[in-house]
Design a protein around this ligand. Sequence first.
Ligand code: AMP
Length: 173
Amino acid sequence: MDDLGRYIRDVPDFPRKGILFKDITPLLNDAAALERAVDWMSRQAPRPGAVVAIESRGFVFGTALALRWRVPLVLARKFGKLPGRTVRQVYSLEYGEDTLELQADALESGRQVVIVDDLLATGGTALATVRLVEQLEAKVLAVIFLVELIGLGGRERLEGYAVESLLRYEVHE
Ligand code: AMP
């Protein structure tokens, strides 16, 4: 599976100086590689009651997993994008903060969900999504990523949850 790493492109100083951006588009551009990544993800958790996908690259993998498992796809979106009543979670970024939302009726109490995103860095985004799911009294079975950056504290922040990642890279800040 590690050879899927050759479909991840390092882009230095993007979107800002000092950030080594992990570009997953080469993997998305190769149907066989994308299929293998989704296959791997689908083996990391039992079939859940729903998939919660994080905006925006998490939507790609979330859609594939929801189709594979034939379960509802729920979108965790940036503030102001979802109509109707929502629950919100503010989280901090390197500079400033952001807000993620779920529709309040997206998950009923007790539903078991898998959360998915492309990449785990500091874990702030994923932890905010965990909190949103828990605000609706649903249960997090696992949090699944294509890429994990080791050394930024993401896995530690998600302690107590099952965290799975296919490709891991050490980061030295
Ligand atoms: P974090 O909340 O720090 O774990 O950041 C995770 C979110 O930011 C994910 O949705 C990623 O898509 C994006 N992200 C953070 N760092 C990078 C990076 N070095 N390369 C690509 N995407 C990143």
